[in-house]
Design a protein around this ligand. Structure first.
Ligand code: IVH
Length: 670
């Protein structure tokens, strides 16, 4: 093979396949690449274009190079003494406060860096002699040459012997500049960079190192330890000494500011400052009792609640929407946030209720839907719950978690929303908000079925409506009189009868009569439909039965054939994605998780391949993973990533967030 740039375009598929196999082996086995990574990508893309089904495309990476998993990763081992422990963790304020109750005095607070734990040893003369991964905490892998190529690790210090521990990470700006187009996570890339066979290659990744521990020298406090590390040329993890009273507010501040930092964080680490107190608190075999990590749930920021808008939903519930000062969450400005329903809004306040001008913590759960998490500081003006519908004036009442009203027939807000939803789902084009408001106000369309009674003459009387447009609208309605049954069901706007549940009904039943006859128990027995959803759907269909039957005079619904069933999938974040699970899942069984993936259009293979999209690690193992531990599935995935795949290695929590997103995309409304 020649080293000069080759014109891949001119090669036959067979030649391209040979070239891919050759260069893949050069990279993985011989550790002697002949072409650059971008050139290799070009080669692979050329083959993909000419022959998308080529089996060679699935064999890029170590497996395709013929390297046995363990052979490739066989690195010399080191025993950590003392072991590299993990951190105890918590997710809520109460647990954190309980921990604060265990000691008095200050704590050193630092961001929990989402990187890879590394230890570095220096000999008596102060020379760097060994670098290793954390491994399982007891046994790690030796990666000395790689560690020497970390940007801010000194290869010489004033004197030893000494061991320094900390977190290796890839700065965000480096990731965005060099790798974001091809890789999912700076963390995974860091792990890969540290295991490159040729240690000098690590330099290409511009990995940095935050030191958080020094072993082999006595210090009175964490602060003194960090000062020493700094004098020796290390960068201690950013930290501050915080007194007891402000420990919680420090977390909130970190949560709000962390988007601006040049490294990824997944929580806040609290460590008792004085060594004497640390020794008194002691350790378990898993973690020191004198430290804890409070983990972030999603991207967050602080804002001020200014007012509440009460919005009449299609289903008639009057739901609160919080209007807040604009705040940036995961890169987008948020100023309106659904507070979901009355009960959830009340839950945000104290026994006196929720107050305007409160400082609030805003978060994007799983990076997606903005949410008001909690009140950080109470405001001065109580939120009043409306006694009447803001649109039609009907008296409100409480029904479980919701504020409801028996809206007057002219409650335009609810009805117009219902009509808008119907036209949107049924793909009846041309009915914008203005037209819908008019046809409703003129009593031309009050019930959905009235759409089918509209004439061009009716419409021509409306503002700015010409003959042509009127005809077009009437044609639109006629054109969409025959629709798949799931589209029709979803268009009704019944609470919980979204895309996903509609599809299930369409697959399970063969006529509308059967759907009307189904019971709550029957529906709840179907996988992915819970009792609450089942009740809402069955009740909703019963309540609106007359109206639906009137509609069916005009609309012809079609039930899917078997083939359509098989081919049909809603478009969600999981559509077409391959998701593999490893470790024990806490929220659900692995089987259920696999089924859930499948029900949103993904597939759940049983082994790692280069085309895998997500590798989900149970939350407990994810902790170990963060500490450097790797199962064989994980090793394999990381190697594929190194070879150009982009397998996202995610925690179970992250997966649950994806599932929520898929659910939302499948039209399952909350
Ligand atoms: S203190 C017993 N401080 O998180 C270990 N650790 O999940 C005490 N980590 O193994 C470490 N940022 O690798 C400390 N600011 C920080 C940290 C940090 C990240 C890592 C560390 C540890 C893991 C536990």
């Amino acid at each position: 093979m020649s080293k000069a740039a080759t014109n891949w375009e001119e090669m036959s598929v067979e030649e391209l396949e040979k070239a891919v196999q050759y260069h893949n082996k050069k990279y993985w086995i011989d550790n002697a690449t002949e072409i650059s990574d971008p050139e290799f990508d070009k080669l692979v893309e050329t083959l993909r274009t000419k022959s998308p089904e080529s089996p060679v495309l699935d064999a890029i990476g170590p497996a395709g190079a013929g390297v046995e998993e363990d052979e490739a990763s066989e690195l010399p081992k080191i025993h950590h003494n003392p072991p590299m422990l993990s951190l105890d963790k918590c997710y809520d304020e109460d647990t954190l406060k309980k921990w604060f109750g265990k000691f008095e005095g200050d704590a050193l607070v630092s961001p929990k860096i989402d990187g890879v734990a590394v230890c570095i040893k220096y000999d008596e003369a102060g020379n760097l002699v060994l670098g290793a991964t954390r491994g399982d905490g007891t046994v790690g892998e030796i990666i000395t040459d790689n560690v020497k190529n970390i940007v801010d690790v000194p290869t010489k210090i004033s004197a030893g012997p000494l061991e320094v521990r900390g977190e290796a990470y890839m700065p965000r700006d480096v990731f965005h500049r060099k790798f974001a187009a091809k890789y999912m996570s700076p963390r995974n890339l860091t792990a890969g960079a540290l295991k490159r066979k040729d240690g000098s290659k690590t330099a290409d990744y511009e990995i940095h190192f935050y030191c958080y521990d020094v072993i082999g020298k006595e210090f009175d406090s964490e602060v003194a330890k960090f000062e020493f590390a700094s004098e020796e040329g290390f960068t201690p993890v950013p930290s501050e000494l915080v007194e007891h009273a402000t420990l919680q507010s420090t977390y909130d501040r970190y949560a709000a500011e962390r988007q601006d930092w040049n490294y990824e964080t997944d929580g806040v680490v609290y460590k008792v400052n004085t060594t004497a107190l640390q020794e008194a608190m002691g350790r378990t075999s898993h973690h020191p009792r004198f430290a804890i990590a409070y983990k972030f749930q999603g991207d967050s920021g602080q804002s001020t609640l200014r007012s509440i808008e009460w919005s009449v939903s299609r289903t008639g519930a009057i739901n609160p929407v919080g209007i807040v000062d604009p705040v940036e969450l995961s890169g987008a400005m948020v100023s309106r946030v659904s507070l979901h329903n009355l009960a959830i809004m009340e839950g945000l306040g104290d026994e006196d209720g929720l107050f305007l001008n409160s400082t609030v913590l805003m978060m994007r759960r799983g990076g997606v839907i903005p949410n008001m998490e909690k009140v950080l500081e109470k405001g001065d003006e109580k939120v009043e719950i409306p006694t009447h519908c803001p649109i039609c004036g009907a008296e409100t009442y409480r029904k479980q978690d919701f504020l409801f009203a028996d809206h007057h027939d002219d409650c335009s807000s609810m009805k117009v929303r219902q009509l808008a939803h119907y036209t949107k789902v049924m793909e009846i084009k041309g009915f914008g908000q203005k037209i819908l408001e008019q046809v409703f106000d003129e009593s031309l369309v009050v019930e959905i079925a009235d759409f089918y009674r509209l004439t061009t003459a009716d419409l021509e009387g409306l503002d700015r409506m010409g003959e042509k447009l009127a005809q077009k609208l009437v044609d639109q309605i006629k054109d969409r009189q025959k629709v798949p049954v799931d589209t029709f069901l979803r268009a009704l706007g019944i609470h919980e009868l979204g895309k996903h549940v509609s599809k299930i009904l369409a697959k399970t039943y063969t006529s509308m009569d059967e759907i009307f006859a189904m019971t709550q128990e029957e529906l709840a027995a179907i996988h992915t439909i819970g009792e609450v959803i089942a009740k809402s759907v069955v009740d909703g269909l019963a309540e609106r039965r007359e109206e639906i039957e009137a509609l069916l005079e005009f609309v012809e619904v079609e039930f899917p054939t078997q083939e359509e069933d098989d081919a049909d999938q809603a478009d969600t974040v999981l559509s077409g994605k391959k998701v593999l699970f490893t470790g024990t899942l806490e929220a659900m069984s692995r089987k259920d998780a696999q089924k859930a993936v499948e029900s949103y259009g993904g597939s759940a293979p049983s082994s790692v391949s280069s085309s895998l999209d997500y590798l989900v690690i149970g939350d407990e193992d994810y902790e170990k993973f963060e500490g450097g531990w790797r199962s064989s599935k994980l090793k394999k995935a990381e190697k594929y990533n190194d070879g150009g795949s982009s397998i996202a290695i995610i925690s179970e929590s992250k997966f649950l967030a994806l599932l929520d997103e898929a659910k939302a995309q499948a039209g399952e409304e909350s």
